[in-house]
Design a protein around this ligand. Sequence first.
Ligand code: ATP
Length: 247
Amino acid sequence: MTDHGSVIGVPPLIMTIFEARGLRKVYHTGELDVVALQKVDLDFKQGELVVLLGASGSGKSTLLNILGGLDVPTTGQLRYKGWDLTDGNERTLTQFRRNCVGFVFQLYNLIPSLTARENVALITDISRDPMKPEDALAMVNMEHRMDHFPSQLSGGEQQRVAIARAIAKKPEVLLCDEPTGALDVNTGITVLEAVERINRELGTLAVIITHNADMADMADRVLHLKDGQIIKEHRNDERKPVTSLKW
Ligand SMILES: Nc1ncnc2c1ncn2[C@@H]1O[C@H](COP(=O)(O)OP(=O)(O)OP(=O)(O)O)[C@@H](O)[C@H]1O
């Protein structure tokens, strides 16, 4: 046996979190049909850190929203740990969103009249088996600012509170849509370090959308999207520390 409990010679079984086959999303807007995603097949495993790259309009947010149960594909199948999220069962989708996924967006969407701790507690109060808000804030190095309001925090600090809010329910999946898009380089680094730490220490599958190709080195895997399709995928032999990324 190895330290990780696996039998020598037998690779440890890593759980598939998402399995997508033939995802296609068409938006019908008036006369025009916009094909936002097509022929998307993917498998994301437990604990992976995946970066999605692609030009504006290539379908990144559409894919992330479908993975997070905020939207459904027009056709194709998406499974989460074996559950079919595309069978039209709204209850399954609601349970999935509530218990299994944390979202981080470019804009932090904190409630201005609540402190950092209270913003996180909004989620922990309604979760099944949450972390304490204080512990979630400590994971993003914000434990010393817990009683401050959003207006007293910098953009990067607010984003770290938003990440604490997203992970406090201990989701299996953390989906980040351009989490550093509104931040300068150094502040962006502290935010990415927080995501990387959560992925590494909690084993959370993290999927990060970015326009910044330099971020690819921090990932296990990088998917390139173009015109709604995954046109290229590569796996890094090793992940580079966020602080060593060239921007
Ligand atoms: N609600 C919608 N109605 C109609 N078309 C949409 C809608 N949402 C997205 N689209 C279209 O789908 C395509 C993919 O959009 P999406 O937002 O997924 O791209 P993206 O790669 O995330 O872009 P960006 O980097 O600019 O955020 C685009 O052509 C977009 O105009």
